[in-house]
Ligand binder design. Structure first.
Ligand code: BTN
Length: 269
């Protein structure tokens, strides 16, 4: 097991040098838990905005589309962020976009050359490094909370057979970074981008960055819906974070972040 005691993701280690005003001010740290998203959802309505739930290990980590998310002890960053945005429900997918851009920016600043695969996968050397699972907690008084779950593979060297060909970690690709530094830098970057969006409603800068990091823009991709696969060209990502595609008959369609996944023409991406 590769880990050092000083890289434990507790409040003491993360808060040192964290100049945020509300994101990550309250950190709930576990050694093990079923899923940080489950826990965050259970406390969301009574928690303050910006609370993060983080665990060294998850026994039932969850991914998008009902998939499991492998979350071994000390090998990654398994965390959930509780937000209370006063925005229409149809803007929620933008928060996932904003999160993926914030993660990409932080890793880029640490000289890790990552890309983003729509809607929310962070890619390194054509493999998946990080995923995001955004969930809504409805509240009867209409004070909805949003839980943004983030999984970043940092020190994992072996993956289960089913994901071995498509998953990677920072260590596996030769980037030896401390988990706590990534978390701290992410919280700072996220607070800047989120506060700006909530205060101004401006999405253009984030979408522009998203497009710069996109690994599928202007490429041919397969849209996978249940068992059906369709080859299309990705021509844009619009201001709502929808994927704009052109099919083989030159019809243009916009796809929202629903129950579909995409694959590159020659593999995962
Ligand atoms: C995906 O790409 O499918 C999303 C993966 C999200 C994983 C994170 S790890 C922390 C949080 N808790 C969970 O159970 N899932 C998210």
């Amino acid at each position: 097991m590769i880990y050092k005691n000083d890289d434990i993701l507790n409040f003491e280690n993360i808060s040192c040098g964290l100049g945020t005003s509300y994101i990550g001010k309250n950190i709930i740290h576990f050694h093990t838990i079923d899923s940080t998203n489950n826990y965050a959802k259970s406390i969301a309505n009574n928690a303050s905005e910006g609370t993060i739930v983080i665990s060294e290990e998850q026994s039932s980590g969850r991914g998008r589309l009902g998939k499991k998310w492998t979350s071994k002890a000390y090998e990654g960053i398994w965390m959930s962020l509780i937000l209370k945005p006063r925005i229409p429900l149809n803007e929620l997918s933008f928060l996932t976009i904003l999160t993926s851009v914030s993660i990409a920016k932080v890793l880029d600043n640490l000289n890790v050359k990552v890309g983003i695969k729509w809607p929310n996968d962070i890619i390194l050397n054509s493999k998946k490094l990080c995923g995001i699972l955004t969930e809504l907690c409805l509240d009867l008084e209409n004070k909805n909370s949003v839980v943004i779950g983030i999984g970043i593979n940092v020190k994992s060297l072996d993956f289960d057979d089913d994901i071995n060909k498509i998953a990677t970690s920072l260590y596996k690709e030769g980037y030896i970074l401390e988990r706590r530094d990534i978390v701290r830098e992410f919280l700072i970057e996220f607070e800047k981008n989120y506060t700006n969006y909530i205060n101004t409603g401006n999405k253009i800068n984030i979408i522009d960055l998203y497009k710069q990091y996109s690994v599928i823009l202007n490429k041919n991709i397969f849209i996978v819906n249940n068992n059906e696969k369709e080859l299309v060209k990705c021509i844009n990502i619009d201001l709502d974070g929808n994927l704009v595609i052109k099919d083989l008959n030159d019809n243009i369609k916009s796809i929202s972040t629903g129950e579909i996944s995409i694959r590159g023409e020659n593999g995962y991406i």
